[in-house]
Write a protein that binds this ligand. Structure first.
Ligand SMILES: Nc1ncnc2c1ncn2[C@@H]1O[C@H](COP(=O)(O)OP(=O)(O)OP(=O)(O)O)[C@@H](O)[C@H]1O
Ligand SMILES: [Mg+2]
Length: 728
């Protein structure tokens, strides 16, 4: 079947067909045909469990467009990661905006208030964002949403993101029983279970548009899954290099997956000389431009930026979460346009992005897990890595190669990863602290008014398909007890009886509980902040007190602490030299004590940032990258805002000005004296500091100055000087 037949058979509007054809689609892939034949265009729920690059997105796109253009529907495309959201957003907008379909994105970074999002016909969002909209009771999700796509549904087994994805799916179906759901993934081995949960048809297939040859590389020899072998020439000391050279000499590109950020850099550096020798003059020229762009993303480049720019000139890049988002995007695009030949990456690159790698090399199939040491990666993860090889439109074959470090590994790896099937997806709802947050949200948003309602809702989750809900009932008792005790919810009967709660007893949120839920905070973060503010009393907080308080919240990701810092911090914060708003944990509680120290380390990093240490110095001092600084700034911004809201509830209004001020300072990374200057558009920490040091210490001073004088300030120049004058 080809795309034109979608018009006659399923009534897909002609203009959609034309757009698809213009985008290069002609014949439909067999699993796509099967999906359309299954009745998905008539509104049935569908699980699409087909290999990587087998065209799952197109099925979802056609369903959404049909719903929008024929039934005036509204669609939601849910993804697990922001990077994937922006890729889909750009792709859908380019293709479908000309059809008059409005496409929007909501990930927390460019978002609009919930009700405004209703105007988009396709909204792309992370599951956390959808969860937050559901908590705000965005009415359109229940009333006008017609299709929801859950892309990369295998994230349901991710301990940190999975529970939210599951809750979102269950809640959307609860508020909107008519909703059509499509769940997509290449690595589902228990599709029947998932289909039973979502009341969906299941399409599963092994068909691939581009054949994928898998193999093991051991001592310069490739052992392929079709039982052929090949010997590669080259150094044994650097096992990756022969694989890279072989790919590039064959005019292909290659992705190398390793397990640490440090390895991405060392491997990239080790490959640079050999790759450089194979570049054309044209490549070299575009790589120079790219290197300048990569280095120029920050106004003050860090060592990592320079390092990246350096290897990029040789056609090699590294890619991990410590890079600035813009740098990652530049690298991915340069790989797509074939100027970068090799990317050495951590697993963050593997999730569903389309990159034209002829060959994928998985060097590290072990990863360090805290408390468990080095563990083999799951099979599904290997399959996701492998699936980046041989994407349609770029290559006609793909190769995924696992590197065996020892003789004996070869067969073991072959059997486990290549012939093995991905692990069955398992619900994570019963583990970790996520459930408390979702139970609170259920009550706070009015979805549940009793334990019975909560249990009913949980019977709609994937968890209930796999586990005994009776087990959950005990857990829910514990959670409700915790929420009641900490006054996040209240129940008249509970107060009077004081023990076991009746299933029908009415539960209500307190103002505090509602606020925590709407702010999308972990209840433990909310309590940490509240208790810290109570301890503060009526005096204004210091910078470090506030920073440490937010870093003690489980919502803040914590930095690693090296031995020397650990010892120093231990003396300062654990042994009582420094008084903070959260008391140190008891002596015996090793685990919480290390978290407390890591919180102090993270607060310390933010303190360096707001004291205008250069980005380079902060990165160097704390062993992080510009991307990490930005993620911490974003979280700190949210937690400081939340602290302000909680302070208003606790009658701690005296603390508000200090919080607002600190929030601005964290956002810009500045001392107090620059606050006024950064209110100007185009003026960040570096330019504000230059203005200040040149005597322009206030807006008033700048207003009085001539454009010429302003232009002379370092990094200002005539264009920015004019813009400043205009603003004033
Ligand atoms: N029928 C088709 N004809 C030609 N190209 C197609 C067709 N269907 C999909 N493609 C192209 O194949 C590539 C992979 O498709 P898609 O991104 O949907 O893969 P996927 O199944 O979602 O894989 P993953 O599991 O890795 O996310 C895309 O570039 C897409 O445009
Ligand atoms: Mg996909």
């Amino acid at each position: 079947m080809n795309v034109s037949q979608l018009a006659a058979r399923y009534g897909i509007p002609k203009k959609v067909i034309n757009t698809l054809r213009d985008s290069g689609y002609d014949a439909l892939y067999p699993p796509q045909v099967e999906a359309f034949k299954s009745g998905v265009l008539g509104g049935k729920n569908l699980i699409l469990a087909i290999p990587t690059a087998a065209g799952k997105t197109l099925v979802a796109e056609v369903c959404m467009l049909r719903s929008i253009l024929k039934n005036n529907g509204t669609c939601l495309y849910v993804v697990p990661l922001r990077a994937l959201a922006s890729e889909k957003y750009e792709d859908f907008r380019k293709k479908y905006a000309p059809l008059g379909v409005s496409v929007g994105i909501a990930t927390g970074e460019y978002d609009l208030p919930g009700n405004k999002l209703a105007r988009y016909q396709i909204l792309i969002a992370t599951s956390e964002k959808v969860d937050s909209l559901l908590r705000m009771r965005a009415r359109w999700l229940g009333e006008s949403l017609s299709v929801a796509v859950l892309d990369e549904i295998h994230y349901i087994q991710d301990p940190s993101r999975g529970p939210t994805l599951e809750i979102v799916a269950a809640r959307l179906r609860q508020v909107n029983p008519e909703l059509q759901l499509l769940a997509l993934s290449a690595t589902i081995s228990n599709g029947e279970e998932l289909a039973a949960w979502l009341d969906a048809d299941l399409i599963s297939s092994d068909w691939r548009p581009v054949p994928l040859l898998e193999g093991i590389y051991s001592e310069n020899k490739l052992f392929y899954s079709d039982f052929t072998t090949r010997v590669l020439a080259g150094k044994k000391s650097n096992p990756i290099e022969p694989l890279v050279i072989d790919t590039i000499d064959d005019r292909g590109q290659i992705l190398v997956f390793v397990n640490s950020r440090r390895s991405t850099r060392t491997v990239a550096h080790s490959l640079a000389p050999a790759v450089q020798r194979r570049l054309s003059p044209g490549d070299k020229e575009s790589l120079q431009v790219l290197a300048r762009a990569v280095e120029g993303v920050l106004s003050e480049p860090t060592q990592l930026c320079r390092d990246l720019a350096h290897v990029v000139r040789s056609g090699v890049a590294f890619h991990h979460a410590g890079l600035h988002r813009e740098q990652r995007k530049l690298i991915e695009n340069a790989f797509r346009s074939n100027s970068v030949k090799v990317i050495c990456a951590t697993p963050t690159l593997a999730a569903g992005v389309n990159l034209p790698a002829r060959r994928v090399v998985v060097r590290d199939w072990h990863r360090y897990q805290s408390g468990r040491g080095s563990q083999p990666i799951p099979i599904f993860e290997y399959k996701q890595f492998a699936g980046r090889a041989g994407r349609p439109g770029y290559d006609t074959t793909g190769e995924a190669i696992l590197v065996a470090k020892k003789q004996g590994d070869r067969e073991r790896l072959f059997e486990h990863y290549i012939t093995g099937a991905a692990e069955p997806l398992r619900s994570q709802l019963g583990h970790g602290g996520a459930l408390a947050s979702h139970v609170l949200a259920s009550i706070a948003s009015g979805y549940a008014v009793s334990k019975k309602d909560i249990l009913h809702f949980l019977s709609l989750t994937f968890f209930s398909v796999q586990e005994d809900v009776a087990f959950l009932s005990l857990k829910i008792d514990e959670i409700l007890d915790f929420l009641l005790r900490e006054e996040l919810i209240f129940c008249r009967d509970y107060i009077s009886s004081g023990y076991s709660l009746d299933e029908s007893a009415e539960l209500h949120p307190t103002a505090f509980g509602s606020t925590i839920s709407r702010l999308y905070l972990d209840p433990l973060s909310g309590l940490t902040i509240k208790n810290g503010l109570l301890k503060l009393g009526r005096r204004p907080p210091t910078e470090i007190e506030l920073l440490h308080l937010i870093c003690c919240c489980p919502d803040m990701a914590l930095l690693n602490v090296n031995k020397a810092d650990y010892t120093a911090l231990k003396e300062r914060v654990l042994d009582g030299e420094m008084r903070l708003l959260v008391d140190p944990p008891a002596f015996e509680d090793e685990e919480r004590r290390s978290l407390y120290i890591a919180a102090a380390q993270t607060a310390h990093m933010l303190l360096h940032w707001i004291n205008e240490r250069t980005e380079d110095a902060v990165c160097e001092r704390f062993g992080i990258g510009p991307g990490d600084i930005r993620r911490h700034i974003e979280t700190a911004d949210w937690l400081l805002y939340s602290t302000g809201r909680i302070a208003s509830l606790c009658d701690a209004d005296e603390a508000l000005p200090a919080m607002d001020e600190l929030r601005q300072r964290v956002k810009y990374g500045i001392k107090r004296e620059l606050l006024e200057l950064v209110s100007l558009k185009g003026i960040g920490r570096a330019r504000a500091r230059n203005l200040f040091n040149s005597g322009f210490r206030s807006l008033e001073k700048i207003r009085k100055a001539s454009t010429k004088k302003l232009s002379a300030v370092p990094a200002i120049g005539p264009r920015i000087a004019q813009s400043i004058k205009k603003q004033l």
